[in-house]
Design a protein around this ligand. Sequence first.
Ligand SMILES: [Zn+2]
Length: 519
Amino acid sequence: MSGKPFYITTPIYYVNSVPHLGTAYTTVAADALARYRRMTGHDVHFLTGLDEHGQKVAQAAEENGVSPQEWVDRIAPAFKEVWELLDITNDDFIRTTEERHELGAQAFLSKLYEQGDIYKGHYDGWYCVPCETYYAEDQLIEGECPSCGREVKFLKEDNYFFRLSAYQDFLVDLIENNPSFIEPRTRRNEVLSFVNSGLKDLSISRTTFEWGIPLPFDTDHVMYVWFDALLNYITALGYGENGEPEFSGDLGRFWPADVQFVGKDIIRFHCAIWPAMLHAAGVALPKQVFAHGFLLTKGEKMSKSKGNAQTPASLVERFGVDAYRYYFLRDVNFGQDGSVSMESMVQRYNGDLANDWGNLCSRLFNMIGKYFDGVVPPMPTQLTDTDETLRAYAAVLPEKYEDAIQSLDFSGALESVWDLVKGTNYYIENEAPWGLAKAEETRPRLEAVLYNALEAVRIAALFCFPVMPNTSSDVWTRLGLGDISAVKDIAADAQWGKLPAGNSVTTGDPLFPRIYEDE
Ligand SMILES: [Zn+2]
């Protein structure tokens, strides 16, 4: 039985540098969503990849004395390595220099050209090479790029144009009538005012350099890198691979995307140009584009160009991959800018992971070892009020978690798990099993308390899995349970009482050994 298709994409990352905390942030969030949707029985397809064309790449290659293809081939493995390091479970990794993409992009463009949505014109304007974007004189800020503040060049060329202006009314209707198409709301308003300010036709070809996909109807031109890049989301699903403007293979079932994650700096491309392109070509629109915020260090965007000492690898080395994934999704509200720092990461690690979660597991597994020779006691048949309270935390978790994930509130989802984790810690403190262990007549109560606490831990681990797959697998293994990554119906697995009495429990090392600030 295969579930309902669920397609999630990250932006494809530009290959002018190795992956940094920002690209890792988007990718980890997408991975947590992909993992959770697999646990809700969906047939998930998770795409990420690389944007390998454009003048910036050609320049970087030239500076390094290699061809552009050699250059991108040299950088691409660094992305794959970081995604492996972060346990990213993408189903595909597309590179825009792959034939499947080039064929698809050309098929798409030919269709627009043949139906008159693309025409030849003349362009002049101020061009920012790092942003690969043209600006009108009045858009410049003190004569420099309004987006990145760098130097712009005056360029003149014959270009092909996409009739973006013809889709203005369509876009306004789309955004106004589909409130969840662009999330969060601040981004939606931003795109709406951009569209309402009047759309100009978009120059979609270049003749000043050669590193791009040749236009199928005029090979003196290469495709504008953004136009090329956006198409990856459908070419990865086989759009145009047979030379025709259509989805030809089995992967077409995943389109339209359920959600496309983008950074807030690229919403004009994803929320205005992209839907206009798709609509023009008669392709369905993604159900949602979600723009996350920036990671800020001391109030400044953590950007690759400004340099940043911490890399995903250095943080994983210090905190471990699960804690890395947890920190960024728990500490930053997805959709807003968030400050990140080593201090707050150490705090989250020691507080939430070492104290709340890791300690709970260690204490509990140790007590099972000590009092029950490492065997899960029977499930109690009678419940006290405190037992009921604990079970209530577990009972509301699936719905609270699902609601939070529906609005891509990863922090809220984790908070709902922590209600159970903290509730279980409180329960243990309150019931004091070490006291119950002192007398034979309180042994039935000791069994009940430890069974309940173990069951709460089993359920908490289940909901930690999308964000912290390694430690959750570990907890399940220690509880003598099967492969947590095979769970296909998380709500059913989260029902109370699924932990079999008689299972062997292994104690093991602490899940999150405490970290000291000066380490
Ligand atoms: Zn710029």
